[in-house]
Design a protein around this ligand. Structure first.
Ligand code: GCU
Length: 593
């Protein structure tokens, strides 16, 4: 019989496995030895979430005639990975629940090698199993994570099972309410990654805050052989920087160079090679300096006006979560065509291709955490989740010079208990992680009375930009001539960014000729003309960002004629048709220097 002690040890190890969370993913996955697990995965759709009770990850098979199991992956439905499950099956269009995924793979690990399984993203919760054993879990639908399976993978056939659940969580990020379709599934690439025993896990190579020559960064090794000679090479500049990691595998990096600075006009990237004695990775990295001073944003020491547009990570033509380079280039080309120099990727970190392609195209990037409206800041787990998501977002993209702004929240309620403390702490954490980029929070807590805006929020104290959403002309009527608008903005020395404005229009919907009425293109265009008039009255206006580029799917939008499940504030319809307001905005950006 088992002793009390062994039962306790067994129960404790069970608890441990269930609590095991995934690892922060290694950086620059593209430069590693990868084996893609993308493609068709067998699935079990589990609306009542009974799969746990059946322990489907054990993939039990009848051994004798009387055996039967009320689930199986074989002969069942399949889904494509990457890809959300909602757009792949009609019956899953609005599904929020559990789907079990299974992929078999055959692999033999080389000697002195390590093996990882890497997920670009899984929305929302992922429980991951290998050969019937739980590897661990991850929460958060928009950032990468990995598990080390070196000592768990078999030589030969293996089977990975992922329980994916996209049910909204009160203490989730985002929480219950949000204005986009909650695409669930294994939404981004899945890779097997083989490394040497000691590998280059992470590095930061960017210009120091406020500098146009001095790189300040670091390299972090992972493995047993932590003290190694390291080198950073930039062949085009004849840079060969040598250093040495300490007994924790860490090495600070400091060197200077005559860089052609990255900018929208000249999105210059350099091939950068990072070498250790046991590993080497390389990628295209750009160098630029972004700062705020005297109420303006400066890029490479020159004042810049941010000509933005918001983009949801949705391929409008497919009506599905965007995940590929092709999806992203479609969206980014449309932003370029509008005359933008910045894309606000809303309201969550987008896939890595999006950020890398934007950078190549000379588009500055605003990357945002899904700390959106209804967040339960009183829940003790929320601060930890925000920090983890921040680590993952900054962790993946810190070497992307295209990203100039980290946005840490959108429209959270100043009166929500613990909100300001939690977000202030998060801002300090972000500054400690990355002092060289701008940080902001987007609010809509301003007061608009008598055609006068009073803009104030404690979070501005910790932000580099005063970023606000306002929908005058749509949710709120004008209270006077747009050109007579008055502004009282706290922190008058900070640049102001209108992060959202606009209104809805169904493409091609026309009202009476002489009158602009709701839902028509004419009315939307009028909102834009009025807004552009009002922008002339805003002190320190450093950028604007229409809400948004394409009409997109949202379960909040129920009008049977004008919306049909779409937020229609796009300047383009989901088919890419230009609405009248697109022309107004294009003309403004073409003139704006
Ligand atoms: C908000 C919010 C968006 C939303 C938009 C709208 O400001 O940030 O996510 O879609 O308003 O109401 O259309």
């Amino acid at each position: 019989m088992f002793s009390k002690k062994s039962i306790l040890i067994f129960l404790f190890s069970l608890l441990l496995v269930n609590m095991v969370s995934s690892q922060i993913a290694m950086i620059n996955i593209q430069s590693r030895k990868q084996i893609s697990l993308n493609g068709k995965w067998n699935v079990i759709i589990d609306p009542a979430d009974v799969g746990e009770r059946y322990q489907v990850w054990k993939e039990k098979k009848p051994q004798k005639k009387t055996d039967f199991f009320e689930y199986a992956f074989d002969d069942g439905p399949v889904l494509n990975v990457p890809g959300d499950f909602n757009a792949q099956k009609k019956e899953l269009s609005f599904f929020e629940g559990t789907v079990w995924y299974r992929k078999k793979f055959s692999y033999t690990i080389g000697d002195d090698k390590r093996l990882f399984i890497y997920f670009g993203a899984v929305n929302y919760k992922a429980d991951v199993y290998l050969n019937g054993e739980k590897l661990g879990s991850h929460e958060g639908g928009f950032t990468p994570f990995q598990f080390e399976i070196t000592d768990k993978a078999r030589s030969g056939d293996n089977s990975i099972v992922v329980k994916v659940n996209n049910v909204r969580q009160k203490n989730g990020l985002p929480g219950f309410g949000y204005d986009w379709l909650n695409y669930g599934g294994i939404t981004r690439d899945v890779e097997l990654v083989e490394t040497n025993e000691t590998y280059i896990k992470d590095y930061s190579i960017q210009l120091n805050k406020g500098s146009i020559n001095d790189v300040a960064g670091w390299i972090q090794l992972n493995g047993l052989q932590l003290q190694q000679k390291l080198e950073i090479q930039i062949p085009e500049l004849n840079i060969q920087y040598k250093t040495q990691s300490n007994d924790k595998g860490f090495a600070p990096v400091n060197f200077s160079g005559k860089f052609k600075l990255w900018s929208p006009e000249n999105p210059k990237l350099y091939r950068v090679i990072v070498k250790s004695e046991t590993d080497a990775v390389s990628e295209e990295i750009g160098f630029r300096c972004v700062e705020v001073k005297d109420g303006k944003v400066f890029l490479n020491r020159n004042p810049v006006f941010l000509k933005g547009v918001s983009i949801h990570e949705e391929n409008p033509n497919k009506g599905a979560r965007a995940y590929s380079k092709e999806d992203d280039i479609l969206l980014l080309n449309a932003a370029k065509a509008l005359g933008c120099n910045l894309v606000r990727l809303v309201h969550y970190p987008h896939n890595e291709y999006m950020v890398r392609e934007a950078e190549k195209m000379g588009l500055m990037v605003w990357s945002e955490l899904p700390v959106y409206q209804h967040i339960d800041f009183t829940d003790s787990t929320v601060a930890g989740k925000m920090e983890r998501m921040l680590d993952e977002m900054v962790g993946r993209d810190k070497n992307r010079c295209g990203i100039i702004i980290w946005s840490l929240s959108n429209e959270t309620y100043p009166s929500a208990p613990n909100r300001t403390k939690a977000l202030t702490d998060l801002t300090k954490k972000c500054r400690a992680l990355d002092a060289a980029r701008l940080i902001t929070h987007v609010t809509n807590s301003q007061i608009y009375q008598g055609n006068h805006f009073k803009v104030w929020d404690t979070l501005y104290r910790y932000s580099d930009l005063v970023s606000l959403n306002e929908y005058i002309g749509w949710y709120l009527p004008w209270q006077g001539k747009p050109s007579d608008t008055k502004w009282s903005i706290a922190y008058p020395d900070k640049p102001v960014f209108i992060a959202e404005f606009g209104g809805e229009a169904l493409y091609d919907s026309k009202g009476p000729a002489d009158e602009a009425v709701y839902w028509t293109e004419a009315y939307q265009a009028k909102i834009y003309k009025d807004q552009l008039e009002m922008f002339k009255t805003i002190p320190n206006l450093s950028g604007v960002c229409p809400w948004l580029l394409f009409d997109y799917k949202s379960t909040n939008r129920l009008h049977p004629v004008y919306q049909k499940g779409y937020n229609r504030k796009g300047l383009l319809s989901e088919k890419g048709n230009k609405k009248k307001a697109w022309l107004v905005m294009k003309a403004y950006y073409d003139k704006k220097r």
